[in-house]
Ligand binder design. Structure first.
Ligand code: ZN
Ligand code: ZN
Length: 134
């Protein structure tokens, strides 16, 4: 998981499944992986920039994220089509919240990967909340 900047797995309705991840970007200067800055062993999740752990090269958050891609593996909650998509690392408005949005390639259903589960049905589901709330 160290290579992932973003990773989530969730269930949509009765049939749908979504797994989505984004790999960390390699530093253009030295090739090491870039990520949120770490201070005293803790990742600064709300930081406005990404840094290279090796050479300290810094990129502004918006610029950095614009160059990232989210890979998605899904089972459509509507038609149960299983597919894969690659979408830009850019959240859009979706059902009153911000989400990575894509369409089922089979039926066209709009599917959003929201920041957090809106209403976890049971406590078990808590583990599915994104490790990084960005
Ligand atoms: Zn570097
Ligand atoms: Zn579908």
């Amino acid at each position: 998981m160290d290579e992932c900047l973003y990773f989530t797995r969730r269930t949509e309705g009765d049939k749908g499944h979504i797994m989505a991840w984004a790999f960390k970007k390699k530093c253009p200067k030295c090739g090491a992986l870039m990520g949120k800055p770490v201070e005293k062993g803790k990742v600064k999740i709300r930081a406005k920039e990404y840094v290279c752990g090796e050479c300290g090269y810094t990129e502004e958050k918006a610029e950095h994220e614009a160059s990232l891609t989210v890979s998605v593996k899904y089972t459509c909650p509507k038609c149960e089509h299983k597919g894969e998509e690659e979408i830009p690392f850019k959240r859009k408005a979706f059902q009153g919240t911000q989400a990575f949005v894509f369409n089922c390639s089979e039926c066209g259903e709009k599917i959003g990967i929201t920041k957090k589960m809106k209403a976890p049905k049971s406590k078990k589901k808590k583990a599915e909340v994104d490790p990084e709330d960005m």
